[in-house]
Design a protein around this ligand. Sequence first.
Ligand code: ZN
Length: 59
Amino acid sequence: MAHGAHRSPLLPPRPDLGLARDCEVCLGWGTVITRDGDHELCHACQALPGDDEDAVRQG
Ligand SMILES: [Zn+2]
């Protein structure tokens, strides 16, 4: 349920650049690009509290 909300690819999530600053994973962007070309908050530095948004379960 509530699983098919399409977001515009032109509106990536808004990361906290303060946290991303020293991150080696996203290189300070706070977001990473998935294989599908989507922007996603960097899981390394953008420590989100329980987020029910989407697929974080893919190895
Ligand atoms: Zn990061």
